[in-house]
Ligand binder design. Structure first.
Ligand code: ZN
Length: 683
């Protein structure tokens, strides 16, 4: 065990030392040792206190999560067969461990003892929150069930963990199984030069000549937006929207159909065991939203306000395609293509045109300058850090007192064996041990276009928005001043409030003053020209109504899938989707579309009956940003207030309480509607 780098708990993981054979023994040892230590803590006394029970348990949890973190991270970003096997071998063990802890009656009683003791009132509010959260989580783990139901619950949790992982594996494998080799450049007409170069680079790495298109986002998305060949777009669209399903070029292979049905059934059963009517109720038990009715009416109301605009936008697109391009029948694979043409027609601007102004280095420096002006932070790169891939960078965040506040890894480019999308994850969390404070460490992961040839990586404005978003999550995790890991940083933050700091950061990407910091032509250094900026702003809400209803469609689909699940009828995935679309969608995709089969957020991630959180939190983030619009976007006192009221507080208080502390009142929807170009007066 001494030789196991996973158990040495260094300040930063020693990635190059971690081998697949270390994983299972490390986890086995820790799970076993944690259980023994918890037993000892419970046996040592009958008068439980923060110091003799909760604090040591926080440390045990932190130790486990720091051991598991590099494993689960590597499984996402450098996935390989053996690693995947070891990772999957640990999942049921960890799931069982956490269910056993959650169902431990003595532990529950010990926490209740502290909650009712005279000590409780003396504790810091963060400590009180941890104890209250823990008591809630005991209930949600089935501590009150009889032995038979407890076992049932445990099996369900184990099954769910495995199903979620299998779902994600299928998506990853299906994504990488499809490529399109192109020998005749004419087929690529319309594609931006950078997308062609990327395809050429992809072909080269496979020792092929010509061009290779893939379903990774930097290849897929520009092809859908720009390829003149309708046939190519159709072929690629079909491959993309049928990944891991019973349709399309790989139909039946990696098919998630049954897995999705099993996931929904297991979630329903687990919710029933705990006394909820359905999994949507279970999901809301730890969220800011009060009950399912509140979520449904929030989403439906927003859909009603947005639909007229979405319909008008689609009409405009249809007319434009017909009048300017003689395209009378718009298919799903035409929407992005003609939308991009219409955008250029109306605003004379394309995503591609902006790219030269957003080279990687400039964007990063600019983003750091933005948070320096807002919060007085200073961010510097550190070389020579042991990472999982040569493209990964590492940074330190220092505050205005030169105090090290956090550290993060940045892994920006799409590549094979890396899960798609963008996310923030944590290695370590702020915590006080004796008199030393542990520094929070985060991983920021994106899937942007890599550098091509000798040019630096050039980002689209959308990619810049994504980077700011993930950095917002990172700051929430790293700037926390809470010393107890369970409610420090993003830990313990209600899931429907957790997107507040991330979506909030995106706003700066639309501000002239901020763009002066984050843009600079990669050849001339010239900042984004005024005429391009004005066009960009004019185009900001292009098809905002269509985007809004699409997000609401996903959110309502997810929520209703869990809210209306009926074991007699089974999953009814496409029935529910059709019902939702009937009410809120303006675009009806073709019948072979299987987007739920790769909807990892709700089938593999933590967004089950929680996808609405993005819109819910966007109300908060828009309203929070509105205060900067009132006071000045770089107003330091407002920045510091956001820092101290929201970012530093983590999950130590209820999100509503923190929001009111910052804003002086409860959130209002007006700012979101205004920012989206949907007037508050319409509905
Ligand atoms: Zn996010």
């Amino acid at each position: 065990m001494k030789q196991n780098p996973l158990l040495e708990l260094p300040a930063l993981p020693t990635f190059s030392q971690i081998k697949v054979h270390h994983i299972v023994p490390a986890i086995d040892y820790l799970l076993d040792d944690n259980k023994k230590q918890v037993e000892q803590l419970l046996n040592a006394t009958e008068q439980y206190t923060w110091d003799n029970l909760v604090q040591p348990m926080e440390e045990l949890d932190e130790r486990l999560s720091r051991t598991w973190s590099p494993v689960s991270h590597m499984n996402s970003v450098v996935n390989a067969k053996e690693l995947r096997e070891a990772y999957n071998a640990c999942l049921p063990k960890i799931s069982n461990y956490s269910t056993e802890m959650g169902q431990n009656k003595r532990l529950d009683a010990a926490f209740k003892y502290i909650a009712n003791s005279s000590e409780f009132k003396q504790l810091h509010h963060a400590q009180q929150k941890i104890i209250n959260n823990q008591l809630r989580d005991f209930r949600l783990s089935g501590v009150e069930l009889d032995e038979q139901d407890k076992r049932k619950y445990k099996t369900l949790m184990e099954t769910l963990t495995q199903l979620n992982s299998k779902f994600e594996e299928n998506v990853l494998d299906a994504t990488h199984a499809w490529t399109k080799h192109i020998a005749d450049e004419k087929l690529l007409d319309g594609l931006p030069e950078s997308t062609k170069q990327l395809a050429q680079q992809a072909a080269n790495t496979k020792e092929k000549t010509g061009w290779l298109l893939t379903l990774e986002f930097p290849s897929y998305y520009p092809t859908m937006c720009y390829a003149d060949s309708r046939q190519l777009r159709e072929e690629m669209y079909e491959a993309y929207v049928t990944r891991a399903s019973d349709e399309g070029p790989h139909k039946g292979k990696w098919d998630n159909s049954e897995i999705m049905a099993d996931i929904l059934a297991a979630r329903y059963d687990s919710a029933q065991l705990l006394g909820f009517n359905n999994y949507a109720e279970r999901s809301l038990a730890s969220k800011m939203a009060k009950d399912p009715a509140q979520v449904v009416s929030f989403l439906t109301d927003l859909a009603e306000r947005s639909l007229p605009m979405a319909k008008a936008e689609l009409d405009e697109l249809r007319q434009y395609a017909e009048q300017q391009h003689q395209q009378t029948q718009l298919e799903a694979w035409d929407i992005a293509y003609y939308s991009e043409k219409l955008r250029q027609h109306k605003y004379a601007i394309s995503q591609q045109e902006l790219k030269p102004y957003f080279p990687e280095k400039k964007v990063l420096q600019g983003m750091f300058a933005v948070v320096s002006r807002l919060y007085g932070l200073h961010i510097e790169a550190q070389q020579g850090i042991d990472t999982w891939h040569k493209d990964v960078h590492f940074f330190n965040i220092l505050d205005s007192n030169d105090q090290l506040r956090g550290q993060f890894y940045l892994d920006l480019y799409a590549r094979e064996n890396k899960r798609g999308g963008a996310w923030m994850d944590e290695y370590s969390t702020r915590m006080k041990r004796n008199s030393t404070t542990q520094t929070p460490v985060a991983y920021l992961t994106c899937n942007f276009s890599p550098p091509i040839g000798h040019d630096p990586a050039l980002f689209t404005h959308d990619e810049v928005l994504t980077l700011f978003h993930e950095f917002g999550h990172g700051l929430h995790h790293m700037l926390t001043q809470v010393d107890y890991p369970s409610v420090s940083g993003i830990s313990g933050v209600a899931w429907d409030a957790v997107e507040l700091p991330s979506q909030f950061m995106e706003n700066w990407c639309w501000q002239r003053e901020a763009l002066n910091l984050i843009s600079g032509h990669y050849q001339t250094g010239e900042p984004l020209p005024e005429n391009l900026f004005e066009k960009m702003l004019a185009a900001k809400n292009f098809q905002a109504g269509m985007q809004m209803v699409r997000q609401l469609e996903l959110a309502l689909f997810d929520f209703r899938l869990h809210l209306n699940y009926d074991p007699q009828q089974g999953a009814r995935i496409f029935d529910v989707l059709d019902e939702v679309r009937h009410h809120v969608a303006v675009i009806k995709p073709p019948s072979f579309n299987r987007f739920p089969h790769s909807f990892s957020h709700i089938f593999a991630g933590g967004y089950a009956a929680g996808y609405y959180s993005y819109k819910w939190a966007e109300v908060l983030s828009s309203d929070a940003f509105a205060k900067f619009e009132e006071k000045g976007i770089f107003d330091r006192p407002t920045g510091l207030q956001f820092l101290t009221s929201i970012l530093e507080q983590g999950g130590s208080k209820e999100p509503m309480e923190l929001f009111i502390e910052f804003r002086g009142r409860e959130p209002q929807i007006d700012a979101l509607l205004r920012h989206s170009g949907i007037s508050a007066m319409d509905a």
